[in-house]
Design a protein around this ligand. Structure first.
Ligand code: SAH
Length: 352
């Protein structure tokens, strides 16, 4: 099979084209055809010389993930199962809201972090996604819903830990924000991490960079270490030090996500400790009532209890909201993305 050019950066395309063309702007044109216009057929890239188009077609192809399954929730969310070139599957979710649309996208197939309440963790890490596969999710969902850039927000809150696949995620970010690419504003892209501190430190040196959300879910190292093993490597003081060192844009706020687990982290003392931690940074807190997945042993607090927790934070001056549960009827809600059926995860490459 020839090499796939989807997901190559402009710079990579320049390198690839240099033996075939002595015009550097051909790489920019090719990049624009692929990402801005969504063209996958070289022969239709009419402003490239015919000879170059023919040579490209001989050596390369342009291919995006294929939609294999769409599952629509009663609330309007749609979960996509996308098939990749090596036959593996990945999931992405379309989330319409009143005034905007959010795409929840994956950075890895499965996840290595082992958070005890998250279903994706049950898969373990299958593999990293490539930059092209990450951008491909966005292009496919935008096409499915007829949305042009800046009509949607992106959140890296699907499967995987984006900072454990740093290079591909940042390469995808550059392609997505490139004016000649998808042209999405950086502030419309949010990366969510479980607290991979070296990745947060690297992000501090990127400009532009995505907005950052951190999944906190506990306010003591003892509890967080039990729920999220990553905390044993990067405990709370280390995590918060890295967050304080992240240069923020004017009016930028970090998001702290907090999965509410009944009887485990939803008590008044938890809210007080969370307010104390959150008060050290410009943040907003996003409370996510636990979604009952196939992970047993946890329960969600009632909605009034979740709101009482939010109000306790608000009393201490912390901006907080309770995230509305979306797509739970199709297992598309937070922490529910997983391909646990091996026949769905794996389809031999080339099979229809
Ligand atoms: N690995 C990254 C990206 C995944 S985001 C991260 O952890 O931030 C997925 C979000 O869903 C995280 O905030 C996670 O804490 C949350 N989550 C996981 N399992 C959940 C569940 N069962 N119910 C509600 N939220 C859950």
């Amino acid at each position: 099979m020839t090499e796939n050019l989807y997901g190559k950066s402009r710079r990579e395309l320049e390198k690839i084209l240099s033996p075939l063309s002595d015009r550097p702007f051909h790489a920019r044109q090719l990049f624009g055809w692929i990402h801005r216009r969504g063209e996958t057929d070289f022969s239709r890239m009419t402003d490239l010389p015919g000879r170059l188009r023919a040579e490209l077609a001989e050596r390369f192809h342009v291919s995006l993930p294929k939609v294999e399954q769409r599952q629509a929730s009663r609330d309007g969310a749609v979960k996509y199962l996308l098939r990749l070139e090596d036959g593996k599957g990945m999931e992405a979710v379309y989330l319409p809201e009143k005034t905007r649309v959010t795409f929840c996208i994956s950075s890895q197939i499965g996840c290595p972090l082992g958070c005890t309440f998250c279903l994706t963790a049950r898969m373990g890490l299958v593999r990293n996604l490539t930059a092209g596969e990450i951008v491909g999710q966005v292009a496919v969902l935008a096409e499915e819903h007829g949305l042009s850039a800046n009509r949607y927000n992106l959140v890296f809150m699907g499967m995987g830990e984006p900072l454990n696949n740093y290079d591909s995620v940042l390469e995808a970010f550059r392609i997505m924000t490139d004016e000649e690419g998808l042209g999405i504003a950086p502030k419309h892209i949010t990366l969510s991490t479980a607290g991979v501190v070296p990745g947060i430190r690297r992000l501090a040196g990127e400009n532009p960079r995505p907005r950052l959300a951190v999944s906190l879910s506990a306010t003591t190292d003892a509890l967080r270490g039990d729920l999220m093993p990553i905390n044993r490597a990067y405990p709370l003081p280390v995590l918060f030090q890295a967050l304080r060192e992240l240069p923020l844009a004017p009016r930028e706020r970090l998001t702290l996500e907090y999965v509410l687990l009944r009887g485990i982290n939803d008590q008044p003392e938890d809210a007080s400790r969370l307010a104390a931690l959150a008060g050290t940074l410009p943040v907003k807190v996003n409370l996510i009532p636990y979604n009952e997945a196939a992970v047993t042993g946890y329960a969600s607090p009632s909605l009034p209890a979740a709101r009482a927790f939010r109000d306790r934070l608000a009393e201490k001056g912390i901006r907080a909201s309770v995230r509305r549960r979306r797509g739970a009827d199709i297992s598309a809600a937070c922490g529910q993305l997983a391909i646990l059926d091996p026949s769905t995860l794996e389809r031999p490459a080339g099979a229809a």
